[in-house]
Every structure is written in C-alpha cells, then in structure tokens.
Design a protein around this ligand. Structure first.
Ligand SMILES: NC(=O)c1ccc[n+]([C@@H]2O[C@H](COP(=O)([O-])OP(=O)(O)OC[C@H]3O[C@@H](n4cnc5c(N)ncnc54)[C@H](OP(=O)(O)O)[C@@H]3O)[C@@H](O)[C@H]2O)c1
Length: 411
C-alpha cells in the first residue's frame, strides 16, 4: 500500500466525476481525498453539499496542498488549459479526455518532461480495460505486430441494439446517452472520432508513433443503412466499429477506424453492448485478447482510481517506444476488401477506384459493390462523397507491396 498522501482537486462532476467520488469513498486502502471540485454550471442540482464545489479553476490550481489534479470534464479545449496549467505547477494529473490528449499529445509529452510531473490517462482508452499500462509495460516494440479492436462503447451498444434487438438507430443512441455511455457531442462517437482519438493514443504506446488526429482516417457508424444490416443478418455476421493499427517489417504503419463485418470465429463477434475488446498480435506469443467495459460511470472511474493509486507509488509513463525513435512512417497503402453501398449515379466512378470487384449490384437508385480497394482511394472518395457512401470492411488484406504480388497471383 502506498504511503504518499494524495490530495485531489477534481474537475467535473458529471457521469465519471461523480462515479469517481463514489468509488473513492468505497476504496478504504487508498490514501487519497478530494479537497475541492470545480464545475461549470451554477444552476445544476448537485448530489453533495455546496461547500465541496468551486467555479474557479484557480481555487484548485493555486492550492499548494493539492498535489493531484483529476480532469474529468467534457470540454477538450478547457481541459487542455487546466491540464497544462496543473503540470506547469508540478501537480500530477489524471485525465480521461481522449480528444484533449490526442489533439495535444506532443505538447503534453513536452510538459511532462519539462516540469517533471506525470500525466496518466488509462480511462481515456477503453475506459475500464487496462490497455495503456499493458502496452507501456509489457510489450516491447519489436514484439508487437498489430492491435485491432472495438474501442468505443457507445457505438458498440448502438450496433448491438440495432442488429440484435431491432431497435432504431435513434432509440439506441438515446439509450446510450441515458446510460452515460455517450460523449456530450454524439458525433464524436458515431462519426468514429472518439475511436480515432483512442487509436492515436494506443499507437503512441504500442509502436511509439505520434500521429495527428487528421493523419488517421475514420469512418463511423452514422452512414450504416438497411442494406448493410440485412447483409450482416443474412450471412450470420455482426457489424462492429473496429480500430486497426499494424506495423510492417519495413517500419511502415497503418492505422484507421472503419465499421467491419465480423463472423462468429472472430473474437470481436462476442464483444457486445458497452464492452470493448482489443486483440494484440505479437511475434512470439501470437495473440492476446483484452475485454472490458468501455464506458459508464463506475467502470471509467475504476480506471481513474487505478491511475490515482499508481501516483501513490510515483508511477509515470516512460514512453520508451517513443524515445527509441524508430523510423516509422504512417501509410495508407493497405488493401481492404469492403462492401460499399452507393447511389446509382456513382457506380462508374466507384468501380474505377476498385483494384478488383467480386460482386456488384445496382437497382433503380442505389447499389452495392464488394471487392478490393486501397485505403487511400476510400479516403479520396470520402472527401467528396462522404454522405452518399457507406463502407463496411470485410477483410484487411495487404500493404501495397504484397498487394501487387497478390494481384499478379489472382489475375
Ligand atoms: N462517460 C463515459 O463513459 C466516459 C468513458 C471514458 C472517458 N470519458 C471521458 O470522461 C470525461 C467526462 O465525461 P462525462 O461522461 O463524465 O461527462 P459529463 O457527464 O458531461 O460531465 C462533464 C462535467 O464537466 C464539467 N465541466 C465542463 N466544462 C467545465 C469547465 N470548463 N470547468 C469545470 N467543469 C467543467 C461539467 O460541469 P457541470 O456539472 O457544471 O455542467 C460536468 O460536471 C470526458 O473527457 C469523456 O470523454 C467518459
């Protein structure tokens, strides 16, 4: 048990903030207490007495007794101001804010180095599932080949409810919001942005590559329609929003987020509701499978609690893989087998982008194609035709070099 006394200044008292307050009070062994809570809205009714709260962030930031700032607010810009100010004052910080971390990864790394204060954020990727610390501590850079998984709880909840319980998309989203799974801005979830931010964090801790959010291509679940749902049902598949990152032997990386048809043999098939699941592939151990709740007050608070506890024994991320400075390059030349639903007038344009077509069907106003296409071409199509197309991944094939061989063999 740690001896260090942790005095916490908490920002945010919403789903996760209140969850943490309760979880902390049920955790007897931890020498940590919340001294002050900073919130925003003066008119909201609170679960605890007013004396605990402040509306002025400086009441926490300027309090020398507070040595840990826990940031659990839903505003990434305000969060960055708070977190950077706290690190500059030498306070340890715990955050669950993946958008803020993904948008400022390099700056946050520099601040930790310059001011010697740690920033932990296990809850920011897959909530309760301890993936960051495993990537950080367990896997050596050379061992890890790929990570693939469901990293967003709300979209998994929505997909489970629409596919298996025939709920409408709107009703499923409403339920996810009521249960506290969804981001305040639902587009972050359903547009695949939240999954992209998490993938960016995982990429840094898996392979030591710091991407910018715009470097990672994301397709969400908001364009998925009847045809894709029917296709999945008829073939005994499920649709999952899957984040992919993998490293080739030549040091090239691929990272993208896309809805995927998964079969019963895929371990992700069985990851339903608000659960997240990640499969890591290593050179020698083959695969590992992590699973856990990917959102919700207590599960997320549990990861925050674990970070607070780790601060008690001065734990910090070493970012070993980043400092090894391997020459890595993020490419979008991976060949994907997909199904795309499109409008009739886009048929020709789409067909030109495919390397090979397996099946194509068009009726009076729409159609679909299954076949192989490079990620780069999907990205280009998305710039102009985003709202008219719906891509669902069937299989990740190869990078460009191997794809040429594959094409030659199958021609
Ligand atoms: N919910 C989940 O399952 C989950 C899972 C993993 C990670 N996260 C992350 O955890 C964080 C919090 O999420 P949440 O679901 O708890 O959000 P939430 O329920 O909407 O609560 C947000 C809280 O932030 C406060 N707040 C907003 N701006 C503020 C500011 N400038 N200064 C002080 N307080 C401010 C709000 O104050 P008022 O109460 O005054 O409005 C509210 O208490 C987010 O970064 C989210 O991405 C959430």
């Amino acid at each position: 048990m740690s001896e260090k006394k942790l005095t916490i200044g908490l920002f945010g008292f919403g789903c996760v903030g209140f969850g943490l307050y309760e979880v902390l009070h049920k955790t007897a062994g931890l020498k940590a207490n919340i001294k002050k809570i900073c919130i925003k809205n003066k008119d909201k009714k609170r679960e605890i007495e007013a004396q605990h709260f402040t509306y002025d962030k400086n009441d926490i930031l300027n309090d020398d007794e507070i040595n840990v700032v826990v940031e659990l607010i839903d505003d990434a810009d305000a969060a960055f101001e708070i977190v950077s100010a706290a690190l500059k004052k030498g306070k340890a910080v715990v955050s669950a804010n993946k958008k803020m971390i993904a948008e400022h990864f390099t700056e946050l790394l520099e601040l930790q180095k310059e001011y010697g204060a740690p920033l932990l954020y296990e809850a920011a990727a897959c909530a309760s599932m301890p993936i960051i610390r495993n990537l950080e501590e367990y896997y050596d850079n050379d061992l890890l080949e790929s990570i693939e998984g469901i990293v967003n709880g709300s979209t998994n909840y929505i997909l489970t409810k629409t596919l298996e319980e025939n709920l409408s998309y709107e009703e499923a989203l409403k339920q996810a919001q009521e249960k506290g799974f969804a981001e305040s801005n639902p587009l972050l979830d359903v547009g695949g942005f939240d999954a992209k931010y998490k993938l960016l964090i995982l990429l840094a801790h898996s392979f030591g590559y710091i991407a910018q959010p715009d470097d990672i291509f994301n397709i969400g679940i908001d364009n998925i329609g009847e045809l894709e749902l029917r296709y999945a049902k008829e073939k005994g598949l499920k649709i999952k929003l899957v984040a992919h990152a993998f490293k080739e032997e030549d040091g090239s990386l691929s990272a993208f987020v896309i809805p995927k048809f998964v079969s019963t043999e895929d371990r992700l098939y069985h990851v339903d509701d608000v659960f997240n699941g990640i499969i890591t592939k290593t050179s020698f151990a083959d695969t590992h499978f992590f699973v856990g709740r990917g959102a919700g007050a207590y599960p997320t608070a549990s990861a925050v609690l674990s970070d607070i506890s780790a601060l008690g024994y001065d734990y910090k991320y070493e970012y070993k893989k980043i400092y090894q400075k391997e020459n890595l390059v993020l490419l979008d030349d991976v060949l994907l087998k997909v199904l795309v639903r499109h409008q009739k007038e886009d048929t020709l344009l789409l067909k030109e982008q495919f390397v090979s077509i397996e099946e194509a069907y068009t009726n009076n106003d729409s159609g679909y194609i299954t076949g192989n296409i490079f990620l780069k071409n999907i990205k280009d199509l998305y710039i102009d035709y985003n709202s008219r197309l719906s891509f669902v991944l069937l299989e990740v094939l190869f990078n460009k070099e191997k794809a040429v061989l594959y094409d030659l063999e199958t021609a």
